[in-house]
Ligand binder design. Structure first.
Ligand code: F6R
Length: 369
């Protein structure tokens, strides 16, 4: 049942290109326009929305953080992302013009379900992004967009995360499309890029041996830090979460711009720091800033593990370990940049003798608040 892999997690990591392709299947046509027939909220209702609020937990929350960048960029609708467990206790401001998006692999996470119920009680429309057919969250939502990752067995979420991202991009693009904004051409271009992304994920998977080797060499470390900015920031958070839950190591993700506001004090000799570098072509200002950050931490002794686009030579002199990912449009980069972090955490867990598919103290679906 593990299809020749030692762990479900390895199998699920390997299934990501297919999961991504399956989630796009039938939803994008050759002309680059989108059909999302499972979204049972009418186009006219979607046109009226003046705010998007995303609620989710854990890895799904990280997908939501990335979605915010895409939604605001493509639709210009303000978007907030909130941990589902915090949401209803804050008395959030919601009405009929709020689109709440609840993201959940299992569809049974109690915190997310309670946030959904609270949102509906306040009159908001809820769209679920979910991987489990007929589970509670999509049943109680006004609409659902299923991710087609297939069953995810390993406790640590991998392929579900990538498909949550795809679903979020689709929702963002769809909102842009129905609102008929001036973003039409850009949207069509992104749809084209998305249709090639499964191949890019496959390409990353083919180059992971050095990442595994690196992970094994770090098995006796106490701490690993992760840095990113823009959509690379939630990727850093996700890399840190994977490492905590699988390798039981202290790991933290930071927005690279925050380094100087505190975290840089943590940098000492030989501490591994994984840096997710934005494309030099897209937001090149951010790229250059993060290259300076890499220089700064390396000057203080950090051992830098740099995840950068192919052809980005600016990072080469400062990378103790360089992991290449295919060039992708900035907003889509998390689909390729997360994969090495999953492999890294999985291999570190193995090297430390941990139970990869069933980390201690964790359950696949958290049905208590
Ligand atoms: C991390 C992980 C958890 C889940 C979280 C939400 O690898 O698996 O953080 O992402 O418990 O679960 P769902 O998506 O089922 O609501």
């Amino acid at each position: 049942e593990k299809g020749g892999y030692d762990y479900f997690m390895l199998k699920e990591i390997a299934e990501q290109p297919k999961a991504v392709a399956d989630t796009l299947l039938g939803r994008v046509d050759a002309a680059g326009s989108l059909t999302l027939d499972e979204v049972r909220i009418s186009d006219s209702e979607l046109r009226e929305m003046d705010k998007v609020v995303i609620v989710a937990c854990g890895t799904a929350f990280h997908a939501g953080l990335i979605a915010k960048y895409a939604i605001e960029h493509w639709t210009r609708i303000p978007c907030e992302v909130e941990l589902a467990s915090e949401f209803r206790y804050r008395d959030p401001i919601l009405d009929q013009q709020t689109l709440v998006i609840a993201i959940s692999q299992s569809g049974e996470t109690m915190d997310t379900l309670m946030a959904l119920r609270h949102a509906r009680e306040q009159g908001a429309k809820v769209l679920a992004i979910c991987n489990t057919n007929g589970s509670t969250i999509p049943r109680e939502a006004d609409a659902v967009l299923y991710t087609h990752a297939g069953p995810e067995v390993a406790v640590a979420s991998t392929k579900a995360f990538l498909t949550q991202l795809v679903a979020c991009y689709l929702v963002a693009l769809y909102l842009g499309q129905v609102r008929g904004t001036k973003w039409g051409d850009e949207i069509r271009a992104v749809v084209r890029d998305l249709s090639h992304i499964a191949g890019s994920v496959e390409q990353v998977l083919g180059t992971m041996e050095p990442v595994r080797k690196l992970a094994r060499s770090l098995a006796d470390k106490d701490t690993v830090l992760f840095l990113g900015r823009h959509v690379g920031y939630p990727v850093a958070l996700e890399g840190a979460l994977k490492l905590k839950e699988l390798a039981y190591m202290h790991a933290e993700g930071f927005a690279a711009g925050e380094l100087k506001h505190g975290p840089i004090a943590l940098i000492e000799e030989d501490v591994p720091v994984v840096v997710v570098v934005p494309s030099p072509r897209g937001r090149s200002v951010l790229h250059d800033k993060i290259v300076s950050n890499i220089q700064e931490i390396r000057a203080r002794g950090a051992r830098t593990v740099v995840i950068a686009e192919e052809g980005d030579e600016a990072v080469t002199p400062y990378a103790d370990h360089l992991v290449r990912v295919p060039a992708t449009p900035t907003l889509l980069q998390p689909l390729v940049a997360t994969v090495p972090l999953q492999v890294f955490a999985c291999e570190l867990a193995t090297a430390r003798g941990n139970e990869v598919d069933q980390p201690r103290n964790l359950a696949k679906s958290v049905t208590v608040e």
